[in-house]
Design a protein around this ligand. Structure first.
Ligand code: NDP
Length: 247
């Protein structure tokens, strides 16, 4: 048994779904480390709010796409300092536009943030979890990975790639008692979806059988289940949480 503190690492934990995952896991007793790119004040607020409930979270300003910074973060903050029990690859961005007009950087930024960065975080995490012979990795993909979405070729490719990464790594690390699963949220009310026009939002709402948008807690609840003992035999799976959207 390790004396190190059981820690969950969540990327993009300052807002939206990530914030909800940080909060839920911290309240369930994990020490939670989370990353963000810009939102330092939001990160501080989350930590101080959780501290009132004696829950522990610590935010790190770390651009997920800066591979050297990510490797240094694991070396300086994680390796031999904590027991990395959980990794949630949550940080993600959209840069929507039709394929024909899509700028190169809008393709590259989305693929780097949503797919390449989870690859690097996963690689670093698996090295440590393999030695521990335990670990849970959860990748936040999207319903559009399963349906496609016009105007989101970059985003959909990144999120479908994340499902491929999930299934392949799950096979590679199962013998080390590490599980790897993906969640595909539908339309969840966060800053990411707040930018959509009222008309687009209403059209999406009409197509959701449960007739409501999702909330971040719909996703963090599933993460809490996947990291708990009842989920120890689940790996390589894609858990859809979308109100029935694509049925
Ligand atoms: P938000 O835009 O509300 O929050 C995104 C989070 O990611 C923020 O904490 C942001 O940090 C962080 N982030 C973005 N880029 C980087 C980076 N390069 N390095 C570090 N952190 C970064 O998004 P949501 O909460 O809505 O989405 C969370 C995840 O869920 C994403 O992967 C998204 O694709 C996925 N998803 C969301 C859906 C939805 O309907 N909302 C549906 C399906 C999937 P900062 O605050 O500093 O900018």
């Amino acid at each position: 048994m390790s004396d190190l503190v059981k820690t969950a690492l969540v990327t993009g934990g300052s807002r939206g779904i990530g914030k909800s995952i940080v909060t839920r896991l911290a309240l369930e007793g994990f020490q939670v480390y989370f990353t963000y790119k810009n939102s330092s004040q939001d990160a501080e607020n989350i930590c101080s709010e959780l501290a009132k409930s004696k829950a522990v979270a610590k935010g790190f300003k770390l651009d997920s796409t800066d591979i050297t910074a990510v490797k240094n973060f694991f070396k300086d903050e994680i390796k031999d300092k904590v027991e990395l029990s959980v990794l949630v690859n949550n940080a993600g961005i959209t840069r929507d536009g039709l394929l024909i007009r899509m700028k190169d950087e809008n393709w590259t930024d989305v693929i780097n943030t949503n797919l390449t960065s989870p690859f690097f975080f996963t690689q670093e995490a698996v090295k440590l979890m393999s030695k521990q012979r335990s670990g849970r990795i959860i990748n936040i993909s999207s319903v559009v990975a399963q349906t496609g979405a016009a105007g989101q070729a970059n985003y959909v490719a990144s999120k479908a790639g994340l499902i491929g990464l999930t299934k392949s790594v799950a096979l590679e690390v199962a013998s080390r008692n590490i599980t790897v699963n993906a969640i595909t949220p539908g339309f969840i009310e966060t800053d990411m979806t707040a930018v959509l026009s009222e008309e687009i939002s209403q059209n999406i709402l009409k197509s959701i059988p449960l007739a409501r948008f999702g909330v971040a807690e719909d996703i963090s609840g599933a993460v809490a289940f996947l990291v708990g003992k009842d989920a120890s035999y689940i790996t390589g799976q894609v858990i859809a949480i979308n109100g029935g959207l694509y049925m």
